[in-house]
Design a binder for this molecule. Structure first.
Ligand SMILES: Cc1cc2nc3c(=O)[nH]c(=O)nc-3n(C[C@H](O)[C@H](O)[C@H](O)COP(=O)(O)OP(=O)(O)OC[C@H]3O[C@@H](n4cnc5c(N)ncnc54)[C@H](O)[C@@H]3O)c2cc1C
Length: 584
């Protein structure tokens, strides 16, 4: 018999975005249950790289990042792309770039339409609102949830021209209500920041303090696999084995919240997945689930950067001026307005007709249909994406106005003539690429962290042409007044360097990056459709193993996905608490 310190009612693997939200709600809703979160990374409550909004990005490649990378992408000339993931209590919510927004109503409704009763806009909006405490948000946004959101009222002078340029010149109206399932339009977006102390608000400092004493958290502890016993035709999860070999038992349920990269690979290490992947790694297959690790989808980005006129200044000063770094950080620490507050995010969400006109949108949609047909892509997720191209309420495009230089060639180096200059960047985001990749354990080292991540970005002509269309539109925005008056020259890729469609195509292939929103790798779909979990988030073939993180998203949504992950966790808690009540 195991010592009772090693027995819990619920074990949640991964103290990240979804895991901490779920654990907190279970602890509140099931006060008589013992709940354990096991997180591979440390707790880092005082880490300024996490807490200071303007230092977002500084933790990438550091000790709080798993530092995964893709396999060489043949279609991108062999490039290897970074796959950032939080390895810290709070997971990727501790590392992300803070954008707090939502997709269109029809995109959540699509989850129900592909075979998941109860998963629709009404239920997801209710769940996402429960997570949210939006200061100054529109009527209907959450005001009592743990995670704070706010629009920074400070907008740099040059950024103030973005919304009027898009709305007046391109006729895409300003939308101050985007958070309620109607995202199309141009706006200043909220960020997950607590306005009381201007600190990043993330799952570890928002949800966890609300949990009861029945929640325990083990940090710096990696789970190696889930253990099972056979119960009739189903597997019953009995607990987990840690990387150090210890076993912890679960009386009721085990939940995987290890994120879109590690949830599927943990399933594989536990014997659930494709026969060929498990066979190659010498792992006995317990459940044949071909969908595990498949349908990897992400949002893609390319960008153009412009050098500001000398009378404008951006946050670039924090890249080269050490005095400014100290002064501004001290202001943040003293609770004064600082460049490290992270300015409001100017964002445009648009459909293809708004960007390309009716004819251009029709031609691109035809290319999407032909591409999918030609490649034989007929899965439910792709079919939904193709259908959604005709829905003008669903954004296919996101364009972000980013203060400062955020491109690929780098801020001008020491000694370069443009060092010390200020820039802004327009980031072109593709919300529904057709490419679908995979993530699997590595047969040569199944338990190592060298996972086989193959996102297959831009492996088809629709995705390439779609990104070309968006990036060309970014340049058009920059050339329209009043925005045109704030800059002197295009820095990246450079007006002379890229002019023709052929040149844009090769720029896109050479500079595409991930927006770090991988999803769908343990999709909530019927088993016959390649699903990994059912509509109650239970792994097919198991009685009590669930997945609660971004990997369950069955049809790719637009927008940044942290609000959806919190919503999934809130819904999961409702489902699990109801299940506990019905079984006693
Ligand atoms: C750099 C970056 C920028 C982003 N920007 C934005 C943004 O601006 N807005 C937005 O909405 N979204 C953004 N996202 C996406 C969003 O943050 C993620 O989609 C979301 O946080 C994922 O939540 P999750 O619960 O699925 O996984 P995570 O939050 O990543 O949680 C998984 C947790 O499991 C732990 N874990 C993994 N394996 C094990 C194991 N074997 N044992 C124990 N623990 C384990 C990990 O350490 C991690 O803490 C960004 C993401 C990144 C990485």
């Amino acid at each position: 018999k195991a010592p009772c310190a090693l027995v819990f009612d619920y074990i949640i693997v991964g103290g990240g975005t979804g895991g901490n939200a779920l654990a907190t709600r279970l602890s509140q809703g099931l006060p008589g249950s013992k709940i354990l979160v096991i997180e591979a990374g440390p707790a880092a409550p005082d880490e300024l790289g996490i807490n200071v909004p303007g230092r977002k990005g500084s933790t990438l490649t550091g000790k709080y990042d798993w530092n995964f990378s893709t396999v060489a992408q043949a279609q991108l000339g062999g490039r290897v792309l970074r796959v950032a993931r939080g390895k810290v209590l709070g997971g990727s919510s501790a590392l992300n770039l803070l954008v707090w927004d939502r997709a269109a109503k029809a995109e959540y409704d699509a989850w129900e339409q592909v075979g998941n009763p109860g998963w629709n806009f009404a239920s997801m909006m209710a769940a996402m609102t429960k997570a949210e405490n939006y200061t100054g948000g529109p009527v209907g946004s959450g005001t009592h949830g743990p995670v704070h959101a706010v629009v920074n009222p400070i907008v740099p002078v040059h950024e103030q021209e973005f919304v009027p340029t898009v709305s007046e010149v391109f006729g895409i109206p300003e939308n101050k209500d985007s958070i309620r399932g109607v995202p199309i339009g141009v706006m200043l977006q909220p960020k997950s920041i607590d306005p009381a102390n201007w600190n990043r608000s993330y799952s570890a400092n928002s949800y966890l303090p609300e949990a009861g004493a029945n929640l325990q958290i083990l940090t710096d502890t990696q789970v190696a696999r889930v253990n099972f016993a056979k119960r009739g035709s189903l597997l019953r999860a009995t607990g987990v084995t840690l990387a150090n070999g210890s076993i912890i038992y679960a009386r009721r349920e085990v939940v995987l919240s290890a994120g879109s990269i590690q949830t599927p690979t943990l399933l594989e290490l536990s014997g659930i997945g494709q026969a060929s992947v498990l066979g190659a790694a010498n792992i006995t297959q317990l459940v044949d689930l071909p969908g595990v690790g498949e349908s990897y989808q992400d949002h893609l980005r390319v960008q153009v950067s412009f050098q500001l006129k000398d009378n404008y200044s951006s946050i670039d000063v924090l890249k080269y001026n050490t005095t400014a770094v100290t002064v501004e950080l001290n202001k943040w620490l003293a609770g004064e307005v600082s460049l490290y507050d992270d300015v409001a995010g100017g964002i445009l969400f648009a459909n293809w007709a708004q960007l390309l006109g009716t004819e251009g949108a029709g031609a691109l949609a035809a290319l999407a249909h032909d591409t999918a047909a030609g490649l034989g892509w007929g899965d439910v997720g792709t079919r939904k994406k193709l259908e959604q191209l005709a829905d003008p309420t669903i954004p296919q495009v996101e364009i972000i106005f980013s203060d400062g230089y955020t491109g690929v060639k780098g801020y001008p180096a020491v000694g370069a003539p443009l060092r010390g200059k200020s820039f802004f960047t327009l980031i072109a985001g593709l919300m529904h690429p057709l490419s679908r990749g995979s993530v699997h354990i590595n047969a040569t080292d199944p338990r190592g962290s060298n996972l086989v991540i193959d996102p297959r970005f831009l492996d088809n002509e629709y995705d390439i042409q779609a990104l070309v269309g968006i990036i060309k539109f970014c340049r058009r925005i920059a050339h329209a007044e009043p925005l045109r008056s704030v800059w002197v020259a295009e820095y990246e890729p450079g007006a002379d360097a890229v002019q023709t469609d052929v040149e844009w195509r090769s720029y896109v292939l050479n500079s595409v990056l991930s927006i770090y929103h991988p999803m769908g790798t343990a999709a909530m779909l019927p088993r016959a459709d390649g699903g990994v979990v059912d509509a109650r988030l239970r792994v097919h073939g198991t009685a009590n193993l669930r997945v609660v993180d971004a990997s369950v998203i069955p049809v790719q949504i637009s927008a940044h996905i942290q609000t959806a992950v919190y919503g999934i966790a809130e819904r999961a808690a409702e489902i699990m608490i109801a299940a506990a009540a019905s079984t006693g």
